[in-house]
Design a protein around this ligand. Structure first.
Ligand SMILES: [Zn+2]
Ligand SMILES: [Zn+2]
Ligand SMILES: [Zn+2]
Length: 144
């Protein structure tokens, strides 16, 4: 898939720091450690998984893990994905994109090409949309 990108290489941490600052919040070392884990993970995680992954690297509680995910979501750098009845969080750039979600490893790729802009039905005026395409990623297909 050539149209996918990852969020890692695009200075996303600086952008998050700036947005948090605007919102009157600090990018503490604990928060930064959690964001690093989210970026490295390259997949949608539950707060519990984030907390488990953070334990070895930083002194972070489960509440802090929940809070950073909520904060990132509120500033537009995280999206909630419902997968197998579980809410998972994927770190994201705030620009419009769709998601390709692997149901095996929970990997999330961004798919920027959008053909839905301006789609409308009858008198309905669309203002936004979200697209999540579920499937099996290349790596997991290789493992089957
Ligand atoms: Zn995304
Ligand atoms: Zn996969
Ligand atoms: Zn779209």
């Amino acid at each position: 898939m050539t149209a996918t990108t990852t969020v890692r290489e695009e200075g996303i941490k600086d952008a998050i720091r700036a947005r948090l600052h605007q919102a009157g919040q600090r990018f503490t070392p604990e928060r930064e450690a959690l964001v690093d884990i989210l970026l490295d993970a390259h997949k949608a995680v539950t707060p519990q998984e984030l907390y488990e992954a953070a334990k070895t690297r930083a002194r972070v509680g489960l509440t802090t893990a929940y809070r950073i995910l909520e904060t990132l979501t509120s500033i537009g750098y995280c999206q909630v994905i419902l997968l197998d009845g579980e809410l998972r969080y994927s770190i994201c750039r705030p620009t419009h994109h769709h998601h390709l979600v692997c149901t095996e490893c929970k990997r999330v790729d961004e798919f920027a090409a959008c053909t839905l802009d301006g789609a409308s039905v009858g008198g309905f005026t669309p203002t936004s949309h979200r697209v999540e395409i579920f499937g099996i990623c290349e790596d997991c297909q290789g493992a089957i």
